[in-house]
Structures are given as C-alpha cells and as structure tokens.
Design a protein around this ligand. Structure first.
Ligand SMILES: Nc1ncnc2c1ncn2[C@@H]1O[C@H](COP(=O)(O)OP(=O)(O)OP(=O)(O)O)[C@@H](O)[C@H]1O
Ligand SMILES: [Mg+2]
Ligand SMILES: [Mg+2]
Length: 670
C-alpha cells in the first residue's frame, strides 16, 4: 500500500516540454497525469470483475462464498465447529462462526488501526500467507473479506474474543467509526459478519435462498467436523422447496453427498468407490466418492480446501489418471485387450462423483478460484487414489467386471462414431454412413437382425444395455418426429430424426428405395406405454406406410409391447401391459389375500435394463405385434391415415389403440 501511495506522487513531466509537443486541450493529449493509481478499496469498486468475476448473479453469490469460506477455514483449522448462516429480508446476509475471532489488537505496521480494520479495508492483508495460523485454508490471497466490504452498502462485524465483544461497521468499504468495545460476553466467541450487497454495484439482484442453502449444504458435506445452521426469512422461501431452517451436519461426508445427489438413478456398480487418504509429509489429504450411472450424463464436482472448482484443475487430473490407469491395468489382468482403448472420457462421461482435497498453500486461477492450479496436487492425488482404486477393483470382481464392460462399450461406441465420420472420406464407393447415435449390432445383413426405434435418449440408454449386441441395434429418436402425412417432401427430407432413421436402414426411401440395401431384417418400434408413446408410434407407422411401404408389405415392421406395470410379491414378478391386464394378472397370478406391490413405469428409460430385456426385447420371452396391411385394404387404410394424421390429431391415440387391438390377432414372434 505504501508503495502504491508513493507511485501516485511520481514526478510530473515539466510543463514546458508538454506544451511544446501538444497544444493545450488537444483531444490526443495523453501523459503521465492520465495514469491513475487507485488506492485502498477503490479498485474493487471500479473493477469488480477482477475480484469477483463480474457483477452478475454469480458475482453476487461470490460475496457470500468469501465470507462463508473464511468461516470454513476457521472450522477446518480446528477452531470452530458451528457456523450460522442467516438470510434476512432486504438482502441482508449474516455468517457467524464460533472460531477464534478476527484479531482486534493494533496492527504492528499500522499501530493506529486494529487488525480487523486493516483486514477489511486493505487488499492483500490476511493470516493465510505463511501457513502459520491456518494449515490448509481456502483463503490465500488476503482479499476476500476486504472485497466483500468494498462492495457492501453496509457491513457490520462483531468479534467475540477473550470474553469481550467488539463491533465495527463499514459503508462501501469505509469505516463508520473506530472499533467499538461493546462489553463483556460469556458463552460466545468467534466472528459474525452481517452485510448487504451494494445496489450501486449489483442493481436489484438479490441472494437466492436455494443457492445459498445448496452452498451451505455442500460445505457441510465437505467437512464433517462442522455443523452449519441455515435460516432464512420464511417469506423468501414460501412455496419453494428450500427450507426456512435446516441443521446441516453430515458425518458420512462425501459418501452421503453422493448418495443424495444420485438418488433414484441406477448405478453400473453395486457400491460406490469412496474413501479418504492423507498425503505424505503432512501435505494435506483427499476424500472422494465416485460411482457410475447406467444412463444419462454424470457429473464430477471437485473442491479444494472446500472451495468449489467448477473448472477442475490439477486435483481432477490426478483422479482421472488414477481411474484410467487403474481400469486399464485391471483389463490387462483380466486379459481383456479392449480395455486399452478406454480413455478418461469413456470413464468420466457417466461418472457421478465428488473429489475434495485439502492442500497447503493452494494455487488457484484468479480470485473466483474456479480452477486449482497447484502443480503437486495432480501427483499427490493420483498416488493416493491409484492404490485404493486397484484394491477396490480387486475387492469385488463382479463389480469391477461390470464397470470394465460398461467402459469398453462406451469406448467402442466412441470409436465407431469416429470411424463412421471418417468412412465417407476413406471409401467414396461403399458410402456407408450411419447416424452417430445408432448403436449398431455386430452381425451384418438382414438375417436375424433387428433395429429398435426408441423414444428419447434415456430409453435409448436402457435399450442399449438390454439388447443382444450381436443381433439388436438401437436408434434413439428425439422428441416427436415430424408428422409425415401433413409434411411436404422437402420438410421430410430435412427432418434430422427421419434422416437418421433412413440412414440407419440403409435402403433409401421414396423413389430411391432399394430393398437389397436394407440393413436389418426387422424394424421394431418401441415407445413408452402411454399416450405420447402411442402418438410417436403412430407417427412412425405413418412414415413407414408413406415412405417405405414395401417394408410393411413384407411384414418387417413391428410394435414392441413394453409393460406399464410391475406386480411383485414374495419372489414372484409379473408385468402387465395396461390396466385391464393388471387386473387380470392380479387375479390369476396371486392369491386373493396376498400383498402385491404394484409399480408403474413412467417410461422405458425408468425400467431397469434387465426388466426391459426380459419383458420387451428378448426374442425368447417378448411378444411383438406385426404391422400388417392386407393388399385389398391399402386404399382404405390410406384414407384412414390421411384422415387421422393429416387433420385430426386428437384421434391419433385412438387410432393406434384400435389398430394395436386389431393387430393383436396377428401377434407373432418367430
Ligand atoms: N471468520 C474468521 N475467523 C477468523 N479469522 C478470520 C475470519 N475471516 C477472516 N479472518 C482473517 O482475516 C484474514 C483476511 O481474510 P480475507 O478473506 O480477506 O483473505 P484470506 O481469507 O486470507 O484470503 P482470500 O482472499 O483468498 O479469501 C484471514 O486470512 C484471516 O486471518
Ligand atoms: Mg478469505
Ligand atoms: Mg483482506
């Protein structure tokens, strides 16, 4: 600060020289006097972006993080075990801890000021530079609390230390008076900071209770030695899911966090990989909890000294390395050559996990700390996790084999997609282009092969796991496909979903249809057992009827019959197609007084792959409906389809239902 002060007094250039070069008041005049040196907290107010990444909602919440991080640092250092976070009406936020309290004695370098005032009004002042007062803190730059102070309309601090309560208040970074000694206190110690973000900087934006509550919850998961009490003005959360009050304390740590975050989603492995380890030579420690999800996207949340690092960094790199190397080594052990193809992307795509490190003297990118850059973290994390992962894999071979098979499948999907992209370039003559989301079967030709058309990516994920990879291919179609009967030929050709479908079939459509190039023996429409599903099935049937009638004529088009209900009682499970079927099965399959557990599938994506296979896909056990158009009725059918699909959308559901019923008599399966 003193250096800066001196710099602002830099000698001015001689007035004469300046006048000789440029006429006074010329617009291009630019000299040393234009160079400003901002003092105290002024730079923070002038350029908030440099300290909190902007002035948007994220930046606003960053203020809360800074204050909470300081309290967490105090807890992680072992001096506090309780933090109260309170959001009041008017956008006032209070964070109170029961730690040591910010020092209030006069600062050796600025004897007229308390350390508290120096901390809050001077950038780069703090107790976390040397690692003496804190071992593994999230704070390191010594700017956090002063930045918050600068950007707060008003900030009030209370410090309870040595049985005395002290108070100090600031407005936009400026002290309102000297530090006040309020008087003696008992049963209280620590720091309380209450502040309201400055509307001059943030406009009308206000703290989001949901976001603050989430933040507090994740901090409590990250450090089991702390209890965070969340409280919020009841009106701010009325009608929302955010509680007005909550006690957040999680002795299970990250494992609890992971369980809560993946509730209701089915994992690939029977139990997560979780644990903790300390780094050698007191360099810190690491805690993690990781699982893999059968469907949908995963997530990896990483933290360093309880600070979220959404852009990852070196700790994440260490985790990736441990996972990939560990899995490949396991593959080698199992003599599974394909494991060598597995990359971090294959492993991480469906991974759901959390990684939290505590390291000394962390390096982050910028004050918002979105990425950890400490070089040694990668090595420390990899070394600590690698052994543990190897043990976990070896400890339960069934679980490890599942994971390996799942990763190999993803690797092969990825390689196939890449090859498909490259094929047209390589061989212009063969011209085999397949849509990226098609999961093809390994057998070639129409003999015994089937293409399943499924509704949406999540059902697609289930179907891919439930299929027989040799003979069954899966193509997920997104959303409602175009209504073919009322769409122009041009529009039809532009529709991506239909183009993908035609590409997958290989035989062209309309006048370019060539049955000899058909790639599958059967095409099976597999949609959810609900109105939407029926609608999509109807649209697809119409499409085949209009564009690929030969396939229908040859009896290659089918409707799958996924169940809507699962009925379970003591070791017995049966599946029902609809309400009537359910009632029938309840009477037929179970005793009258038996307690039967009936669950309804919301969609195919919700069905465990094993059930989907058993009920709907496995050729030995399923029922398929063949779509048949007797030649004599083609003219009539054509009218019907035009009428239903072209102009009367409300009748679509009836159409498919009626037809399904009619077709039932023709139910086939070879
Ligand atoms: N709740 C608290 N309890 C005890 N000391 C605190 C508390 N909050 C802040 N301090 C002290 O004030 C100092 C300055 O805090 P500030 O947030 O400005 O910087 P920092 O935490 O050191 O680093 P960063 O800028 O990375 O947050 C801290 O280093 C710590 O010594
Ligand atoms: Mg801090
Ligand atoms: Mg400071």
């Amino acid at each position: 600060m003193n250096d800066l002060f001196k710099a602002s007094r830099a000698p001015k250039p001689p007035a004469k020289a300046a006048a000789a070069v440029t006429p006074a008041a010329a617009p291009s005049e630019y000299s040393a006097k234009d160079i400003e040196v901002l003092e105290g907290l002024e730079p923070v107010r002038r350029r908030p972006g440099m300290y909190i990444g902007g002035t948007d909602e994220n930046a606003l919440h960053h203020l809360a993080s800074e204050i909470l991080d300081n309290a967490m640092d105090e807890a992680v250092a072992g001096h506090a075990d309780r933090i109260d976070v309170t959001l009041e009406a008017g956008n006032w936020l209070t964070v109170r801890d029961n730690g040591r309290g910010i020092p209030v004695d006069p600062h050796p370098r600025f004897p007229k000021l308390s350390a508290l005032e120096v901390i809050l009004t001077t950038l780069h002042s703090g107790g976390k530079f040397s690692g003496k007062a804190y071992e593994t803190s999230g704070g390191l730059h010594g700017v956090g609390s002063s930045v918050v102070n600068a950007l707060a309309e008003r900030l009030e601090v209370e410090v309870a230390r040595d049985r005395t309560l002290f108070a100090h208040a600031f407005e936009r970074g400026k002290p309102m008076q000297k530090l006040k000694t309020v008087g003696p206190v008992h049963n209280r110690r620590g720091t309380q900071i209450r502040f309201k973000p400055d509307q001059e900087i943030f406009g009308n934006q206000a703290f989001s209770p949901a976001r603050l509550h989430r933040l507090c919850r994740s901090k409590a998961y990250l450090f089991r030695g702390v209890e965070i009490r969340w409280a919020c003005d009841a009106e701010l959360v009325a009608g929302t899911e955010t509680p007005a009050q909550a006690v957040l304390h999680f002795p299970g740590g990250l494992s609890d966090f992971l369980a809560a975050s993946t509730e209701g989603r089915s994992p690939v492995v029977s139990s997560p990989w979780a644990g903790e380890a300390t780094f050698p030579e007191g360099a810190g420690r690491v805690e993690w909890a990781v699982t893999w999800l059968e469907q949908g996207d995963g997530f990896l949340s990483t933290y360093a000294n309880t600070i979220p690092t959404p852009q990852g960094g070196t700790h994440e790199a260490g985790l990736r390395a441990a996972l990939v190397k560990g899995l490949r080594a396991y593959g080698e052990l199992k003599k599974e050559r394909r494991a060598a193809n597995v990359t971090a992307e294959d492993l991480l795509g469906g991974l759901a996990g959390m990684l939290s490190v505590f390291v000394r003297d962390p390096q982050f990118q910028g004050q918002t700390k979105d990425r950890l850059t400490s070089q040694d973290a990668a090595r420390l994390v990899e070394a600590a996790l690698r052994d543990n992962f190897d043990h976990w894999l070896a400890g339960d071979p069934g679980r490890a084999d599942n994971l390996l098979a799942w990763c190999i499948e993803r690797a092969e999907d990825r390689i196939r997609r890449r090859e498909q992209k490259e094929t047209p370039r390589k061989s212009a003559t063969r011209k085999l282009r397949l849509p990226g989301k098609l999961a093809d079967c390994s057998r070639e030709g129409v003999d015994g092969t089937e293409l399943f058309l499924v509704e949406g990516d999540s059902a697609g994920g289930s179907a891919k796991q439930a299929r027989d990879r040799e003979t069954q291919a899966v193509l997920p179609l997104r959303g409602k496909i175009l209504n073919v009967a009322s769409a122009s030929a041009d529009k039809l050709r532009q529709n991506q979903e239909l183009r993908d479908l035609i590409e997958a079939l290989g035989c062209g459509a309309g006048d370019r249809f060539e049955i000899g190039r058909l790639r599958y023996g059967r095409i099976v429409i597999m949609t959810d057992a609900d109105v939407d599903g029926a609608h999509i099935a109807a649209l697809l049937m119409t499409f085949f009827y209009k564009e690929l009638p030969e396939l229908v004529r040859q009896g290659r088009l089918f409707l799958a019959q996924p169940p809507l209900f699962r009925l379970q009682a003591q070791g017995k499970t049966v599946y029902a197609r609809d309400d009537a079927d359910r009632e029938r099965l309840l009477k037929k399959e179970f005793k009258a007084n038996q307690k039967v557990d009936v669950s309804r599938f919301k969609g195919l994506g919700e069905m465990p792959p094993a059930s989907l296979k058993e009920t709907t896909m496995d050729p030995k056990r399923r029922t398929l409906l063949r779509v048949v158009l007797p030649t004599s009725q083609i003219a009539e059918t054509s009218n019907l389809i035009e009428a239903l699909m072209g102009r009367r959308p409300e009748l679509r559901f009836r159409f498919i239902q009626d037809n399904a019923a009619k077709l039932d008599e023709e139910a086939v399966d070879a």
